[in-house]
Design a protein around this ligand. Structure first.
Ligand code: OGA
Ligand code: NI
Length: 335
């Protein structure tokens, strides 16, 4: 989209039907999604911070963190590198573009499902694993020149931040320390999303409604609005805050918590003024991990059966868009 979309009307194949398009609805940016001062978790306000995280994870499946320890400089440098990547000339980007699902680092447009989807999404997307770093870094883009150095530093910090938040979550749920460590949070994937300005944002979507399939997502959404969450049957905008990360609960965390936490449904809308570039780090179980609700949270009944994470991923892709259907297929009675 970044390569051809300038000064052209929206092509037919990017126009969503009236039921799913954003339309001219004015979506308020939400002042109620909690903004958590993470530095306070190490002091005497730890219990309070844990309660804030749990409440937000139950109500919205979303919160923001500030004063999280990742330097402003590193965040800005990374966002610059990500924007530069999508501003590169086509001959530099075409090297990264691939339709081969086995390629670990690749640039694609809209979604994995481009050839089969009814309507395309107004986004380009670079994706690659970030862990283990020494194995995957050699597949990362070589341009912009600083990409590997800067993104390696950010990915290490993002993983640490994610694990710190998961530790607070496990403490809040009454699970043993380190419950989410090790295999449940072994994998780390990065999506760099780029949404060029769109001539008619009322007709298009950057990403359609979905929940993230992984454990926990750490998103830097930059300073341009676009992310919306579906809460109480209405869409609300997530306010871009300087130096903040948006954190959301993925499907696996909802399942392991036996529905005590919820994975929030969200989408991305476009705008006609400026390009929006975001970076989402997905902390995920290793593919052979067995996922099931934590025994101490099961109580009377386990909502979900045990399964292998890779089976969830396969199933997710064919039912993406309906979280109820995705999760329903892993409920205990669906055996
Ligand atoms: C995603 C996502 C949000 C954004 O990549 O899964 O929801 O604002 N991204 O780019
Ligand atoms: Ni998402």
């Amino acid at each position: 989209v970044s390569s051809w979309s300038k000064d052209k009307p929206v092509p037919e194949s990017y126009i969503f039907p009236p039921e799913t398009r954003p339309g001219n609805l004015i979506v308020p940016t939400c002042k109620t999604i909690p903004v958590i001062e993470l530095c306070n978790a190490e002091g005497r306000n730890r219990t309070d911070i844990i309660q804030q995280i749990l409440k937000a994870s139950q109500e919205y499946g979303f919160f923001q963190v500030v004063n999280h320890g990742i330097s402003e400089n590193l965040m800005n440098e990374s966002m610059d590198v990500f924007s530069e990547l999508f501003e590169m000339p086509d001959e530099d980007k075409v090297i990264l573009y691939s339709e081969d699902p086995k390629k670990s680092c690749r640039l694609l447009t809209s979604s994995l499902n481009y050839d089969r989807e009814k309507v395309h999404q107004w986004r380009d997307n670079l994706r690659h694993p970030c862990h283990p770093l020494q194995d995957c870094i050699k597949h990362w883009p070589q341009k912009p020149i600083r990409y590997r150095e800067v993104v390696a530093a950010l990915s290490i910090e993002a993983k640490k931040l994610g694990l710190r938040i998961l530790e607070l979550v496990s403490e809040g749920l009454g699970l043993e320390s380190g419950y989410f460590g090790d295999k449940l949070s072994e994998a780390l994937h990065l999506f760099v999303n780029h949404y060029p300005p769109c001539p008619d944002p009322s007709l298009t979507l950057g990403i359609t409604k979905h929940c993230d399939p992984n454990l926990l997502t750490i998103l830097h959404q930059g300073d341009v609005q676009g992310l919306q969450i579906f809460n109480n049957e209405e869409w609300i905008g997530v306010e871009p805050l300087p130096n903040a990360f948006v954190v959301n609960i993925g499907n696996q965390l909802q399942i392991i918590s036996n529905n005590k936490l919820k994975s929030g449904e969200h989408r991305v809308v476009t705008n006609s003024r400026v390009a929006r570039t975001t970076a989402a780090f997905f902390i995920a179980p290793s593919e052979d991990s067995i996922i099931e609700p934590a025994i101490s949270l099961v109580g009377e009944a386990s909502v979900y059966r045990a399964f292998e994470y890779k089976d969830f991923l396969l199933d997710y892709l064919s039912h993406i868009g309906s979280n109820e259907v995705v999760l329903g297929r892993f409920e205990s009675q669906s055996l």
